[in-house]
Design a protein around this ligand. Sequence first.
Ligand code: PMP
Length: 381
Amino acid sequence: MSRFWNTKTRQIEPYVAGEQPGNPSEWIKLNTNENPYPPSPAVTEAIMNELYAGTDMDSEKVGNRVLKVSNTVLREVGDVLRFYPNPDADDFLEAICERFSLRREQVFAGNGSDEILAFSFIAFWDRDRPVMAPAVSYSFYPVYADIFDIPLKRVPMTNGLEVDVDGIISGDGGVVIANPNAPTSVALTLHDIRRILDSRRNEVVLVDEAYIDYGGESAITLLPEYENLLVVRTLSKSYSLAGMRVGFAAGSPELIEGLRRVRDSFNSYPLDRLAIAAGAAAIRDIDYFEESREMVLSTRARTAAELCSLGFRMPDSSTNFLFVTHPDHAAKDIFMHLRERKMLVRYFNKPDIDNYLRITIGTDKEMDLLVSALKEILAEE
Ligand code: PMP
């Protein structure tokens, strides 16, 4: 505690992000749902092109070799960074509109989807306009509710890990829901999302689709029917851009305008120049996206089968992670044994899920190493 902190800062319980070790290459890092594959080569090219903008150099010809030897080149390349980026991340949002058949007034870009979630809590709910979320869901939701003084009703799960759709429908206030859900990995059907939207015509229903590319159906197709729907997406997972911080939202023009009002009360330029270029290139390279997604899906199926044969249990995953528990071994112990072997998975010391591990799908090789380590750990314990 510091005497300089105000009451709010003293009281909040900040979100605890998964561990980010100094040199990720020394670890098998399966704890924060990053993509095991690099972004599309078109992304790196777009970043280079952005740095070369305004010079008369040809980025493809110059490349890394020259960058190392010439200070003059270094000074010139990157000159464009003197200028503020486009406040509406135009190029990125144009790529989004094209890809998802949306209009510009239906989309919004943010510095990661976390920023858009925070803006949404400020824009759509307050002390007199509460919000509901499933009890086991993304742990940032209660943190936002808390810091912005919004009552959050957490609806208990059914059968342990399933979202209680009827429980949500019978309540009132706004709704924030991750679909597929995290950390449980389970997706709701579009039919259920529709039922929630129908029950709340005058409240915003935010559907956080961070993992939708790995399973479930996107609610983006429902936008023409529901003015109260806001779909929030990230490029951190299926587009391999966690390090760039790029997210977007799609919704009715009045919701998007609400987000813009909040954004322009904080920071008019949430996406920097390189993030805009990278995000646009990633969205446009559909073939690369499909390829890396397929690889993750096939590794997921193989890993799930192997973990089941070791006695682990898990719901069917619609995400790029598995949420596993073992009837004979405590999740916390397994987590610590893996950590000693420089393998990071996510353990949540929270009610209802404290005997589960969330394991991100890595490359086939990483998952083979994980499975061998788990075999040893289960045999030793
Ligand atoms: N929503 C969910 C459900 C997530 O798991 C995450 C990743 N931690 C996010 C949103 C945030 O993603 P980002 O800020 O990287 O876009």
